[in-house]
Design a protein around this ligand. Structure first.
Ligand SMILES: Nc1nc2c(ncn2[C@@H]2O[C@H](COP(=O)(O)OP(=O)(O)OP(=O)(O)O)[C@@H](O)[C@H]2O)c(=O)[nH]1
Ligand SMILES: [Mg+2]
Length: 360
């Protein structure tokens, strides 16, 4: 299985512009003709493109410095130097680009095929052909190429899923995903089977009103995760964008914790990561109904009643309760995703158009 990398620190540098050329026409019997020094080429940009074909930032792990090509210098006979090739870097949807030093969010690539010029190539310098005037017919200077831009940035992936699936290890999260989507996450009877988020696509509703909803299966959380226990809580950044949390608690007898205690432990760990997660709508579900311990079933029933939540018990083995869960999910999720945030500056809009035809 390919390694999942959701953070990378890199340096990027655009290409310098090529220098303008100082040159004079050489013709027979004309010792010094008019200026004919051509312009330098534009330096290449460093462009980021979001693509659904990528799911990790692995590509960047071993490539700390990435550079676009410089523009070529202009030449005599008014020849333009060629433009430096832009460096186009593909990143998964949901990648954020942050300033390494300040941590400021610069861009958030949430739309497929969004293109952002992060480091702009230097301008090509103008050749001396541009600088002749009636009083200065032999300009012996040209413009230097524009400087490159250099940035240290951090890439951070926060997956694009509308639903996030959380709970203790072994609660049956991945089994559910494998049952209701086409994803095939690893399933096993030991904790921490899932080591990083997996995305699956749920089909909610019935034709012709079906809709596809991306759900993220997350690693399990245990008490003390915020202190680094188990797999820690860093992966919870992947639920920050979700609109709703599905919280699974195991009803079978094998667990050390009862369902309500397990629920509260996981909840506390989430709040330790980001208190805003408390605001997210949440659906609590008891799992493994087929092998439920009657006391635990009773305990969770009472909790549902007390909190005024729907009584939701599922078994991914027998299929019980799955349809009911999917309909509740469907009712809770607004039918269209709110416009995804896209933190571009106005210049970036222009840049994106420009980057649509990268210089070759
Ligand atoms: N009896 C029964 N067992 C289940 C059910 N769902 C899952 N299991 C079993 O529970 C164990 C854990 O299932 P997983 O789906 O891997 O659990 P998980 O929550 O993804 O676990 P982590 O990835 O470790 O966090 C496996 O042995 C599953 O076969 C169910 O509905 N009934
Ligand atoms: Mg799992």
């Amino acid at each position: 299985m390919p390694q999942f990398v959701d953070e990378a620190r890199i340096s990027i540098e655009s290409g310098k512009g090529g220098h303008g050329c100082v040159s004079f026409r050489r013709e027979k019997y004309v010792p010094r003709g008019g200026p004919d020094g051509g312009d330098g080429g534009k330096g290449g940009d460093v462009v980021f493109v979001a693509t659904p074909r990528k799911s990790t930032l692995l590509d960047f792990k071993h490539r700390p410095i990435l550079k676009a090509k410089p523009g070529e210098a202009g030449r005599g006979k008014k020849q333009h130097g060629s433009n430096g090739r832009s460096l186009v870097l593909e990143v998964p949807l949901g990648t954020q680009i942050l300033d390494e030093e300040s941590g400021e969010l610069l861009y958030d690539l949430t739309r497929a095929d969004a293109r952002i010029v992060v480091a702009k190539g230097g301008r090509g310098g103008r050749g001396n052909v541009h600088f002749a005037t009636p009083t200065r017919q032999t300009p012996d200077f040209a413009e230097p190429g524009g400087e490159s831009q250099f940035f240290r940035i951090r890439l951070e992936l926060k997956v694009m899923a509308r639903v996030g699936l959380v709970g203790f290890p072994n609660a049956g999260k991945s089994t559910f995903i494998s049952r209701v989507t086409k994803a095939h996450p690893r399933i096993a009877s030991y904790p921490f089977t899932t080591l990083h988020p997996h995305l699956g696509v749920l089909i909610l509703g019935t034709p012709p009103d079906e809709r596809e909803i991306v759900i993220a299966d997350l690693p399990g959380l245990i008490e003390g995760a915020h202190e680094g226990k188990g797999l820690g809580i860093q992966f919870l950044k992947h639920v920050e964008r979700t609109e709703i949390l599905l919280h699974f608690v195991d009803l079978s007898a094998e667990n050390t914790h009862g369902p309500v205690e397990a629920y509260q432990i996981v909840r506390n760990e989430m709040l330790a990561f980001n208190p805003n997660l408390a605001e997210k709508p949440e659906i609590l579900v008891g799992t493994k109904k087929d092998s439920a311990d009657p006391e635990r079933l009773e305990e969770l029933s009472a909790f549902f009643l007390k909190e005024g939540r729907p009584r939701l018990f599922i078994s991914s083995h027998t299929g019980e309760g799955l349809q009911q869960l999917l309909s509740i999910l469907s009712e809770t999720l607004p039918s269209s995703s709110p416009e995804q945030s896209y933190t571009d500056s106005p210049e970036a809009e222009d840049d994106r158009k420009e980057a649509g035809t990268p210089d070759r």
